[in-house]
Design a protein around this ligand. Sequence first.
Ligand code: NAD
Length: 425
Amino acid sequence: MNVAIIGTGYVGTVTGACFAELGHNVVCVDIDRSKVDLINAGIPPIHEPGLAELLEKHARAGLRATVDYNDAIPSSDLTFICVGTPSDEDGRIDLSIVRCASESIGDALELNGRDSHHVVVVKSTVVPGTTEDVVAPLIRAREERENVGIAMNPEFLREGKAVYDFMNPDKIVIGGDPSSAEMVARLYEKIPCEATLTDIRTAEMIKYANNSFLATKISFANEIGNICKQLGIDVYEVMSAIGKDFRISEQFLNAGAGFGGSCFPKDVKALIGRAEELGCDPLILRAVVRVNEEQPMRMIELLVKRIGDLRGRKIAVLGLAFKNDTDDIREARSIPVIRKLLGMGASVAAYDPLAAENMRAVFPDVEYCQSAADALNGTDGCLIMTEWDEFGSLDLEFDAMNEIVVIDGRRAVSLDRGVYEGICW
Ligand code: NAD
């Protein structure tokens, strides 16, 4: 099938590359010409394991990119909207990019007046009601287009494992009328996973309920972890045991510095915003966000307890990405921590295997180091903010600190000398 993908960020690029791998002809559209040029050159605009290989294999033969909607939409059977859905200042969903992309799709469809059926699929995470109330009217604005179907196909991939997750999903959810949903399902038919077919609003809600539940698990583990720490109990032992209960499962119970990334924080807040508009009071969701916002500040409190006033002190921050195996720093827990350290008069030496360049744009005054050893050298304290595998083998590197004081937000290292303290253990 011929597929247009609008937006070549994490979701769009991975979706495009994976659809090409499944044998479809894909054309990606982005307003950012540098991303378009990279994709056409077979180079991923983002870091994701396995993505470079797919782009190299399919670029120009089965997968290309353009900045021109008219070059992509008319020749496609389906168009996937994969643009960002950030939060506004109140935490509610900002649909301006989705609106803009929908208008451009509507224009491209109108300009090129297609005879055959075309399905516009929302893959961006949008609050229930958006696809039908915002996207569909913009796409069908000028006339009642009988031959344009609308569907919703939320994405559940995890950054750092995005290609694997796309090709090996535990669920495929498609919302829409039967003929549109069937067209979307055909795209995935080589993937051995039964699609859940439902209506559009339910598909939208499944994505929010899914992310909110996972975020709740993390904040729950963190809250229990904070209590365990006061009691001298190892929360990891507790979570490992309760995770054996099949109704709970061990996933997403790693107590630590909290969740970040482009999805959980904004999605939970967007659902809170939508619930409030509806007159609901989402008590649990609000608590999930609050625990998550307080958790990184506990890293600073523990550090201050150990080394006192931070003014003039040099602190190593190991790990900047919101999690390992990605260069994505969106809502990374390292951001409020670094902001607080700088605000308290400390200087920061940071190291991350992939995310340093992205963080430089946020904190230009931080010293970005080439290795953990460089970052630790001559520092008065160390905060571990990301669970990179390589941190697990750090040992003698800590001896280069003025004094070994390590606060671990991810249970990423084990150290039997100096001060080593976990955020929840
Ligand atoms: P992103 O910000 O990485 O990428 C969005 C892309 O859209 C950018 O390349 C941007 O240049 C492009 N863009 C902006 N305006 C455009 C326009 N008018 N026309 C064409 N392109 C335009 O976003 P992302 O992380 O890929 O997320 C996209 C959506 O998928 C969001 O709704 C997100 O919540 C959801 N989602 C993300 C993930 C994830 O792990 N990142 C997982 C599941 C779902």
